[in-house]
Design a protein around this ligand. Structure first.
Ligand code: ZN
Length: 256
């Protein structure tokens, strides 16, 4: 029996596309194998629902966390709203950036707060990750894919995320990462709060995404785990096993 897509529950047939442009590949110093791994993470998508390997891995880990940590049984990603209602549990969940193909399934989720990172649309709320507008211990579960590489002060963002996470809560997140190298910082905030680029400016995403700021601040490597460990206990999941740990999903929990 083949695999089932954890998002749409159809038999998983992957369609491959090349999505990493030459310019980004050069800036990121990707060799042929690394570029292939990153292309697969973003470009291999479920033929039925369009979820990339990144989103499939992310959805799978979120389901496991809901089951293991919160005792909410979820049959597929689309079952999350109903599963929460069935469980009678009230979880405060923050969808911290638009989860793309996964986003529409969550619309009806009880207890969900939705923001879009760097939203330029006035009707879509956004949060400054380095200075969150939420109170302490606001969320049981925080969901985030591929945002932290754009945040200029990573320590400030992780500190804020730790502040708003309830004891016993969990953050499920992805970042672009290649575990065969060390983190390289491309841009920082200077002492006056201005963005200073260290390397040639590099961008992810496309203008049609309607996001204000897609400048890459960090190219993450294996030491990302220790950066997270300054604030959280960290578990790594590699269910969609790509070379160089390119499709790692991180689960951050309050320090024990
Ligand atoms: Zn699917």
């Amino acid at each position: 029996m083949g695999r089932v897509c954890p998002v749409c529950k159809n038999d998983l047939h992957l369609k491959g596309r090349d999505v990493i442009p030459d310019g980004l590949s050069v800036q990121w110093r990707l060799d042929v194998q690394e570029r292939h791994a990153v292309n697969r993470r973003e470009g291999d998508i479920c033929a039925e629902c369009g979820s990339s390997l990144r989103l499939i891995a992310f959805a799978s880990v979120v389901k496991d966390v809901l089951h293991g940590r919160f005792e909410v049984e979820v049959s597929s990603w689309g079952d999350i709203p109903d599963a929460l209602r069935r469980s009678g549990k009230v979880l405060d969940i923050w969808e911290c950036n638009d989860l793309s193909v996964l986003h529409p399934y969550l619309q009806d989720t009880p207890g969900l707060v939705y923001t879009q990172y760097a939203s330029m649309l006035p009707e879509v709320p956004s949060e400054d990750l380095m200075d969150l507008g939420f109170g302490d211990n606001a969320f049981d579960l925080i969901l985030m894919t591929d945002v932290l590489e754009h945040v200029l002060d990573l320590g400030a963002a992780l500190s804020e995320m730790a502040r708003v996470l309830k004891p016993g809560g969990a953050i499920v997140l992805t970042v672009p990462v290649l575990m065969n190298r060390k983190t390289r910082q491309r841009a920082v905030l200077d002492s006056s709060g201005e963005v200073r680029t260290i390397l040639e400016p590099s961008y992810h995403g496309a203008p049609e995404d309607e996001l204000a700021d897609l400048l890459v601040a960090h190219e993450f490597g294996s030491d990302v785990t220790s950066l997270f460990q300054d604030f959280f206990d960290v578990a790594l999941h590699n269910e969609e096993d790509l070379p160089f740990g390119a499709n790692t999903v991180f689960v951050l929990t309050t320090k024990s």
